[in-house]
Design a protein around this ligand. Structure first.
Ligand SMILES: [Zn+2]
Ligand SMILES: [Zn+2]
Length: 335
């Protein structure tokens, strides 16, 4: 058996699997890249060969056109692939459409690289599948005990209550274009909101890819061409950068909302001028991280990015060896 620290190495460009000859989510252009999901900090342009799930490849093409890899190879869930001396397959990470964990086996040891993930239900993507392994490489975006994400339907209920209370105002919700937007829409539909949902133009292309993969989003309308009057009592979704600027001010008395795990920190909501914070995250919270580490039963956990110290300290209490990889270049899903 070859210990994974002899064949999976954090380099400047990212995590490199030497016997397979590929990087996972490299932060610079490389020969061969395996991409966990299409967020811009994980899926960078310019790789020669890209391996990912079909939705991730489609989302990458929609975002970066020709930059999405000179050659693209799609891999379905669970399909085993021999690359160099390793066997690799992908299982759902439950983060956004197409988001995958990468499982790699080499000389009788198995590593699972989580990418970004969450455990809360999400109708817009496939749910996380725990894979038992020898080393679990995890994110740690919200790895502090203060981060506990409440069930998302309760946060959606707050939004709908506010609309009932202020029918003459327009609710504008800041959300990332890939993942959060489509999850919010499916949550609103599940809560019975059948009205058209208005979108900032930046959110439209990702929604189209979701729909092409069978995720039903209902009636969507461009917010920019809609008359101010039509938007009263409506929900407008926009990228976080747009909710505080000129774009949002042209709406009728906007109620500024933001859907993010960071909204758990009141200070952060206040600073960004958010009136109605919605704690809706596409990352695992403290409990989900710990539960997942228990479920995959790995004796060793490597932490890619986030609050690694707290998580490593916590898992050590349960006899799990932690290692901080301190990979540079990952963070917020989209800057
Ligand atoms: Zn990330
Ligand atoms: Zn992500």
């Amino acid at each position: 058996m070859a210990h994974p620290d002899t064949w999976l190495t954090p380099l400047q460009a990212g995590l490199f699997c030497e016997p397979g000859g590929f990087f996972i989510d490299p932060v610079r252009a490389v020969e061969r890249a395996v991409i966990t999901h299409a967020h811009s900090d994980h899926a960078r342009p310019g790789h020669a060969a890209v391996l990912a799930t079909p939705p991730t490849l489609a989302l990458m093409r929609a975002r970066m056109g020709d930059g999405a890899g000179a050659t693209q190879q799609a891999l379905a869930w669970g399909e085993r692939l021999r690359i160099g001396e390793v066997t690799l397959w992908l299982e759902p990470a439950g983060h956004v459409l197409g988001s995958a964990q990468v499982a790699i086996e080499y000389r009788a040891s198995r590593v699972v690289v989580s990418g970004d993930y969450k455990r809360q239900p999400d109708a817009s993507c496939d749910p996380f599948v725990p894979i038992p392994c020898d080393v679990f490489v995890t994110e740690a975006t919200f790895a502090l005990p203060v981060f506990r994400h409440p069930p998302a339907p309760g946060e959606i209920a707050k939004l709908l209550d506010s609309i009932r209370l202020f029918p003459e105002r327009t609710h504008v919700v800041g959300c990332y274009s890939l993942g959060k937007t489509q999850r919010l829409i499916t949550l609103l539909r599940q809560a019975g909101w059948d009205a058209p949902i208005y979108l900032h133009g930046a959110l439209t292309p990702m929604c189209a890819v979701y729909e092409s993969f069978g995720v039903a989003l209902g009636a969507l309308r461009p917010a920019t061409v809609a008359a101010k009057q039509d938007l009263l009592g409506s929900i407008v979704l926009a990228p976080p950068s747009a909710i505080a600027d000129r774009w949002a001010r042209r709406l009728a008395e906007p109620v500024v909302c933001m859907a993010s795990g960071w909204m758990r920190v009141r200070q952060r909501a206040k600073q960004s001028g958010v009136e109605l914070p919605l704690v809706i995250s596409d990352h695992a919270d403290w409990d989900e991280l710990n539960r997942t580490i228990d479920e995959v039963a790995a004796p060793e956990v490597w932490v890619t990015h986030g609050s690694e110290a707290a998580l490593i300290h916590e898992v050590a209490k349960r006899g799990v060896r932690g290692r901080a990889l301190r990979l540079i270049g990952y963070g917020e899903d989209e800057a």
